[in-house]
Design a protein around this ligand. Structure first.
Ligand code: 3PG
Ligand code: MG
Length: 396
């Protein structure tokens, strides 16, 4: 892959427009999780020390082309300045005279954050005029927002048509790790996919059965597979209309020599609540008046044994209703086990997708994984084998 790497650009004294993903969790105007700000530090610091004038472009929320006060990026300025231990300027618009004046006033090593790109309808429409107005602010473009790269927007893709365009350090790191897990992995590779719905992960599963050696499906989506195999899933959440799809995926796995497995046992309850009475049953014996809410201990043991035979793990989605204890048990146990294998250098363990990161954090295993993607939708689309417009924009 011909990524144009930022290290190959001559950035000294140049105005460098850097697309970052500052779509961070925020409450009452306060950033509550700074992971994505941290992720942007290497590129910003690199550019600062190389004497560039750093202009940050980002979106926040979905204001749909309207200037909405709650969607301002202003609350990001203070935590960002603190992390950088340097002042960060802010411009109340991302294009036009205000932005141009602020960009023009930057000194080498200076940092300027522009207001939410989605305050302009041209951003999401990828309107060439909007993209050209952004491009006017800089001399070089850098995309460092992997997690927004599945969007074909003005600031993630369009602007790259007007400026020399490069991949930032976080975006490179992200792609390097994902490629290591799926494009040229140490085999055998196991994929663990969980979550509620097969319907949102059809493309993902279809791509994975073609690429990985083993695939385990857990979470409520496993119920859809069990039902498609003719098992009674009782009151469990499942998608009746995905039965054909589920059978086709099982068949594709067989054809590609991908060893696909489902839970062997399940923890079931009559109601979905914290700590209700529950029973553990074989996966083909879900009681008619109960719902499956987590994988059981036999499944966890089997999965641990399978992980032992693999050198690479790629994980997306929880294995049970992990927000509601004790139905987080299998997710936590398997995450801890995979984390241990990774810590001991026996496994390359990569994970991504919104809920997945929360689940691994809950298990205290996130720090042991080889790499955890900061991306949700972009991680999924990359895993589906799709081309991401924001990556294409910085690739030869
Ligand atoms: C994200 O938070 O997943 C990215 O920033 C993309 O945001 P979006 O889903 O609103 O495009
Ligand atoms: Mg999103």
């Amino acid at each position: 892959m011909g990524l144009r790497r930022i290290e190959n650009a001559d950035v000294k004294n140049r105005r460098v427009l850097v697309r970052v993903d500052f779509n961070v969790p925020m409450m009452d105007g306060v950033v509550t999780d700074a992971t994505r700000l941290m992720a942007a530090m290497p590129t910003i610091s690199y550019l600062k020390s190389a004497g560039a004038k750093v202009i940050l472009l980002a979106h926040f929320g979905r204001p749909e082309g309207q200037r909405v006060a709650e969607a301002s990026l202003m609350p990001v300025v203070a935590p960002l300045a603190e992390m950088l231990a340097a002042p960060v300027q802010f411009a109340e618009d991302c294009i036009g005279p205000v932005a141009e004046a602020a960009a023009g006033a930057l000194k080498p090593g200076g940092v300027l954050l522009l207001e939410n790109t989605r305050f302009h309808a041209g951003e999401e429409k990828n309107d060439p005029e909007f993209a050209a107005a952004l491009a006017k602010l800089g001399e070089i473009y850098v995309n460092d927002a992997f997690s927004a790269s599945h969007r074909e927007h003005g600031s993630t893709a369009g602007v790259a048509a007007y400026l020399p365009a490069y991949a930032g350090l976080a975006l490179q790191r992200e792609l390097d790790h994902l490629s290591q897990a799926l494009k040229y992995p140490r085999r055998p590779v196991i994929a663990i996919v969980g979550g509620a719905k097969v319907s949102t992960k059809i493309d993902l599963l279809e791509n994975l059965v073609n690429k990985v050696d083993k695939l385990f499906v857990g979470g409520a989506m496993a119920n859809t597979f069990l039902a498609a195999q003719g098992h009674d899933v009782g009151k469990s959440l499942y998608e009746a209309d995905c039965a054909d799809t589920a059978r086709a995926i099982l068949e594709a796995a067989r054809n590609h020599g991908c060893e696909m497995t489902l839970p062997a046992d399940l923890v079931c309850a009559r109601e979905f609540a914290a700590n209700p009475d529950s029973v553990t049953v074989p996966a083909d014996a879900i009681p008619a008046d109960m719902m499956a809410l987590d994988c059981g201990p036999a499944t966890v043991d089997a999965l641990a044994d399978t992980i032992d035979t693999c050198r690479t793990l790629i994980w997306n989605g929880p294995l049970g209703a992990f927000e509601t204890p004790p139905f987080n048990t299998s997710t936590v146990e398997v995450a801890k086990y995979a984390g241990k294998r990774a810590r001991e250098n026996n496994l390359i363990a990569v994970a991504g997708g919104g809920d997945t990161v929360a689940a691994l954090n809950q298990a205290g295993a996130a720090g042991d994984f080889t790499f955890i993607s900061t991306a949700g939708g972009a991680f999924l689309e990359w895993m589906e084998g799709k081309t991401l417009p924001g990556v294409e924009a910085v690739t030869d």
